[in-house]
Structures are given as structure tokens and as C-alpha cells.
Ligand binder design. Structure first.
Ligand code: SF4
Length: 352
């Protein structure tokens, strides 16, 4: 575990790979980590059968001890609600399984950008994620194949931005990432490299000096889009990781998912934006939940989401207000949802 002392970060943390190996994978270990009796943890074995429990200890350490409703715990705990069948929720809500080139590990949904599926793995299994149903084994391939795909994208003059996603691209080794960045950097067309990652949040020690050296390129801008849903996910180690990224010239943004019981209040969303800003990251998107089978209990109604954003706009400067967005299957961009500034109905006001 890393500790902050007198402004100096003491080098007591295990390497990130070791932290990943040591991640919590059983309900008993999770209950112990959060100070709950095993029987008090609302874990459901059937829910975890196809998408197991996976929680880095550094993330569990930020959960409130003794609180089975903790918003960080809710994001990672397999619960009985996941086993319910709910109309409108399915395994492929964005219909990405049938997109051209998906089986070559590349998604070209948006103009000028291509997304490389680097790996199907993550350092944490978030219960609301579509990843539980996505057949990554058909999409990722070997590292050699990955490099071939990057070379093909680097030679495509219609592309300006290469997006590394997954799973979590920061699960690749620093050397593998450097090889990818080398190819992108040599491209005449690609000017921006974007990485989507939750690793700097859940295991901040993933932001190593060798990773930063790989990203620091004079001719290729790097953007790191973090995934953080609650202010308490940001502790001193996370803030230090974000500071290291910024010092290396990386633009750090954040996207969140609006999740019932996690961050669906004005106070929680305001605290998240302020905590991100304090740490050096700007709020970017607040996503509506994708209708993923097993995640319906996290859903927030569109109307309520728009009122939450309207109320949030009254409390924050515009640069700290995330854009409320929804992904629509087959659309060529995300759809932004306008904040609702009219007063919510009385009952809804009590819920904001
Ligand atoms: S892709 Fe992101 S949201 Fe999904 S499990 Fe991995 S870290 Fe969590």
C-alpha cells in the first residue's frame, strides 16, 4: 500500500502487477476488507457465475467499513438483482457484436477515429458493464496481431485519432504499449492517442515512469479518459497518479456512469466534479447506463437524469459540468441530453 507523508510518497507499494494478482476474488475476502460479517455482505453466487468478483485491495480500502450500501462496494459486488430478467436489457445493447471489423479487434463507429480493443481483461469487474457479455476472446488476438492492426490504422489517412480501449488497455505491459505508441507516433495522419482506463483509479501505481515515458511524445497528443464514478474513489494515491500523467503532458478527462445508489444525487455529482478538479482531471461525460442484461437495478430515468444535471448546473462552473450522454445503437455519435432547468415535480425534487 502506498502512503502519503509530508508531501512525499513513500515507496512501500507493491508493483501494480502484484497488486492485481492479490486482488480480492472471494466474498469472504471482500467482507473482511470492508469490515462486514460474511453473512452481512449481500453477495449472490449465481450473479458471479459468469462474471466473477474482482476488486483490487487499494480500491476496497476506500470503501466505508461496515457499510453494505457503500457506493464503491455497490459497483463491484455481485448481487441477486443481476439475475433478474428485465425487458429491454440484453447482452449486446449497442449492437456492437455485428459491427464491421469488430472481429478484427477494431471498432470504427465514429468519423476520424478508430478504437482498438486491446484486451478483454480489466483490473476490476464493474457490475453494470457490458463487458460481462462481450466475446473478447474473438476480438483481441496476440500482441503481434495487435501491432498489425495498429499499423493498418496508422496507414489509414481518414483517421486522426487512435483510441485504445478494452477491457482496460493499461493491462498491457509498458513495453507493449510503447510499441503501439511508436507506430501511432510514426503515422502521418494520427495526431491524437486516447486511452480509456479505470486502472489509474483502482490501482494508481499502474501509472509508472515507463508508462509515462511511452506516452510522452512531442508530435502525438495523449489523452487519458479515466472512469471514476464517485468522489471517494479519488484518494491521495489517485491524485498523485493523475498529477504524474499531467506532468507528462497527458490531458486527463473523466467519464462516469450515472448509477442508482452510487452517484444519482446532486450532492454526489457535485462532490465528484470537485474532487476530479482538485486532482487535476476534468469531468467529460456522464453516461446513461447502457441497457445491459443484469444491470437494470443501476438505471436512472432519463427525465430524472436531466433534472439532476439542471440542478448541478446551478452549483458548478460550466467547465466542471459533465455532458450527459447516451449511446444509441447504430448512431454515428453519442447523443447528448440537455439538462432540465425547469423545476422537477415535487416528489422528484426530494429525490435529487
Ligand atoms: S470496461 Fe470499465 S466499466 Fe467495464 S469492467 Fe472494465 S473498468 Fe469496469
Amino acid at each position: 500500500m502506498s502512503i502519503q507523508s509530508g508531501g512525499l510518497r513513500l515507496a512501500t507499494a507493491a508493483p501494480w502487477q502484484e497488486q492485481l494478482r492479490d486482488a480480492i476474488r472471494s466474498p469472504a475476502a471482500l467482507a473482511e476488507a470492508v469490515g462486514l460479517a460474511p453473512a452481512a455482505l449481500p453477495f449472490d453466487a449465481a450473479a458471479s457465475a459468469d462474471f466473477p468478483l474482482l476488486v483490487p485491495r487499494s480500491f476496497a480500502a476506500r470503501m466505508r467499513r461496515g457499510d453494505a450500501d457503500d457506493p464503491l462496494l455497490r459497483q463491484v459486488l455481485a448481487s441477486a438483482a443481476e439475475t433478474r430478467t428485465v425487458e429491454g436489457y440484453g447482452p449486446d445493447p449497442l449492437q456492437e457484436l455485428s459491427l464491421p471489423a469488430r472481429d478484427q479487434g477494431v471498432l470504427k463507429k465514429y468519423h476520424g477515429r478508430a478504437l482498438l480493443i486491446t484486451t478483454g481483461a480489466c483490473a476490476v469487474n464493474c457490475r453494470y458493464c457490458f463487458r460481462r457479455h462481450f466475446p473478447y476472446q474473438e476480438s483481441t488476438g496476440s500482441h503481434r496481431e495487435r501491432l498489425q492492426r495498429v499499423s493498418a490504422l496508422a496507414g489509414d489517412p481518414t483517421l486522426k485519432e487512435l483510441i485504445l480501449s478494452g477491457g482496460d488497455p493499461l493491462l498491457l505491459t509498458d513495453r507493449q504499449l510503447a510499441e503501439i505508441v511508436d507506430i501511432a507516433d510514426a503515422s502521418e495522419h494520427l495526431g491524437t492517442l486516447r486511452l480509456h482506463s479505470r486502472l489509474p483509479i483502482v490501482i494508481p501505481d499502474r501509472v509508472t515512469q515507463t508508462l509515462l515515458a511511452a506516452l510522452r511524445r512531442p508530435a502525438l497528443r495523449s489523452v487519458m479518459v479515466l472512469h471514476c464514478n464517485h468522489a471517494r474513489e479519488i484518494d491521495s494515491a489517485t491524485a498523485a497518479a493523475i498529477a504524474r500523467l499531467r506532468d507528462a503532458g497527458v490531458l486527463v478527462l473523466n467519464q462516469s456512469v450515472l448509477l442508482a445508489g452510487v452517484n444519482d444525487s446532486v450532492a454526489d455529482l457535485e462532490a465528484l466534479s470537485l474532487a476530479l478538479f482538485d486532482a487535476g482531471a476534468l469531468p467529460y461525460y456522464l453516461h446513461m447506463l447502457d441497457p445491459v442484461a443484469g444491470a437494470a437495478h443501476f438505471a436512472v430515468e432519463v427525465d430524472r437524469a436531466r433534472h439532476l444535471l439542471g440542478a448541478l448546473a446551478g452549483r458548478l462552473p460550466g467547465y466542471l459540468l459533465p455532458r450527459l450522454a447516451v449511446e444509441v445503437a447504430g448512431a454515428d455519435s453519442k447523443r447528448e441530453l440537455a439538462p432540465a432547468y425547469t423545476p422537477a415535480p415535487k416528489k422528484a425534487q426530494d429525490d435529487l
